[in-house]
Design a protein around this ligand. Structure first.
Ligand SMILES: [Zn+2]
Length: 242
């Protein structure tokens, strides 16, 4: 374990440390878990039960749950990895794992590629904006979703790589949802009760609802909507304007 006080200070600000070990069978003693409850704790990894470090090992090896990152399995004990918020993983070289200064230097270099570290308050505002948008998209309100996600710009602009990855994932989901809705208007089924005029109005509605750019990105589907509307003799405002 790296216990140098400067390293520990840096690590507490910049890292979430996850210890995994894929075996049970260490000696366990009575102690208190992270919630202050009496528990049998592993004597090798302070504060954890053997079951916890085993479960964590299963999680990183398999990454079956949504949003988990798979960490490559290597025959080396210990082995140490940085898991970036973008989902990328990078190994700490074998001999450097034991040198606090080397681990910190690697962490600082990675942080540079990610942009400035965020404080907790900013993180919570971003998280709330992303969730509000997700909820709106789930309820088929893409315009509200885009407006909520665009709210991230008030917290952090330009975005760093991790946030951009989260935003782009969401824009792809919105693109798909709006794309389906548009196809339904442009190529209605034989029993579709709507008149052409009604479908044109709905397409204009989709076009207007998706006028909000998020970090400068507009949904590509807008071009298809504009082309189709033009073919129906309708003009659309410039992309990005309402
Ligand atoms: Zn153990």
């Amino acid at each position: 374990m790296l216990t140098q006080s400067g390293f520990v200070r840096w690590a507490r600000e910049h890292l979430v440390v996850l210890v995994v070990h894929n075996e049970l069978g260490h000696e366990e003693r009575d102690g208190l878990d992270a919630y202050g409850r009496p528990a049998r704790l592993c004597t090798l990894y302070p504060g954890l039960s053997c079951r916890q470090h085993l479960d964590a090992a299963v999680d990183v090896d398999n990454a079956r749950e949504d949003g988990l990152v798979q960490v490559p399995f290597v025959e080396l004990c210990p082995n140490t990895w940085f898991v970036l918020p973008t989902g990328r993983v990078e190994a700490v070289p074998e001999e450097e794992q034991f040198v606090a200064g080397k681990v910190e230097a690697q962490g600082r270099a990675l942080q540079k590629g990610l942009g400035a570290a965020l404080g907790r308050a900013e993180f919570e505002r971003l998280d709330a904006a992303l969730r509000r948008g997700d909820e709106a998209l789930d309820q088929d309100r893409p315009g509200e979703a885009l407006a909520a996600w665009a709210g991230c710009e008030k917290v952090l602009a330009p975005p760093h790589a991790a946030l951009l990855a989260l935003v782009e994932e969401r824009l792809a989901a919105a693109e798909e949802a709006v794309g389906y809705a548009f196809e339904d208007l442009a190529e209605p089924g034989p029993r579709d009760p709507r008149s052409l005029e009604e479908r044109i109005r709905a397409a204009e509605g989709l076009y207007a609802a998706t006028a909000t750019a998020v970090y400068g990105r507009l949904l590509p589907v807008r071009e298809r909507i504009a082309t189709w509307l033009a073919a129906q003799g309708r003009k659309t405002p410039e992309p990005g304007r309402k």
